[in-house]
Design a protein around this ligand. Structure first.
Ligand SMILES: CC(C)(COP(=O)(O)OP(=O)(O)OC[C@H]1O[C@@H](n2cnc3c(N)ncnc32)[C@H](O)[C@@H]1OP(=O)(O)O)[C@@H](O)C(=O)NCCC(=O)NCCS
Length: 170
């Protein structure tokens, strides 16, 4: 069945909450997404639809890198969730690809994420530490990843990444 990616709408909120809760097996990410909708600005939130059912969700929020302030130029991907019954059908991949395109359309220059390198490398993410960018010291170096969306912009960003307060508190 084809998977369509579209911006999230208020009608999706309850279903997106359930998908995050089921995918992560705790309600932390579901509650986080609900909070970020209220508090964060310049959020990019997309859902994946199969048939008439929402089956996946991806969120991007502005981050600060080094001495920059949080800005839509530097986005953080978190969380990404696909309903367990719909995993391994390419839905996550479609969400990441459409999400990156939405970030480019919103004038983002780089995207960071904390995740599995084997999964995110297929979308062009590489270890952020190789670019002089880290998250909470060196503890996450193996899993903290970055993708340059606009060629030549990465060199302007150096240092520690800070997500929205609610993500930092997770
Ligand atoms: C991770 C997740 C979003 C992937 O969504 P999906 O729709 O199942 O993924 P896709 O169908 O696009 O891709 C499937 C591929 O990703 C791989 N993959 C899935 N989860 C992975 C993980 N945690 N680490 C490494 N690879 C992973 C699968 O093995 C599969 O590989 P293949 O294409 O070589 O067979 C989904 O499994 C999920 O919601 N997981 C629970 C929440 C989570 O961990 N979110 C991501 C935080 S980093």
């Amino acid at each position: 069945m084809d998977c369509i990616i579209r911006p999230e709408s208020p009608d999706d909120y309850a279903r997106v909450h359930d998908i995050n809760k089921l995918a992560f097996e705790t309600d932390s990410e579901a509650v986080l997404v609900d909070g970020l909708r209220q508090e964060a600005q310049h959020v990019i939130s997309l859902v994946a639809v199969m048939g008439d059912e929402v089956v996946g969700h991806i969120l991007f929020t502005p981050v600060a890198i080094g001495d920059t302030t949080p800005s839509p130029a530097t986005m953080g991907l978190a969380p990404l969730a696909v309903h367990p019954e719909f995993q391994d059908h390419g839905v996550g991949g479609e969400l990441v690809k459409a999400g990156l395109e939405a970030c480019i359309a919103a004038k983002a220059e780089v995207v960071v994420t904390l995740g599995h390198p084997e999964y995110y490398s297929r979308f062009g993410f590489t270890p952020a530490v190789e670019e002089g960018i880290s998250y909470v010291g060196s503890d996450y170096d193996a899993f903290f990843l970055i993708k340059e969306l606009v060629a030549g912009t990465l060199e302007f960003f150096q240092g520690e990444v800070k997500y929205h307060r609610l993500i930092e508190e997770l």
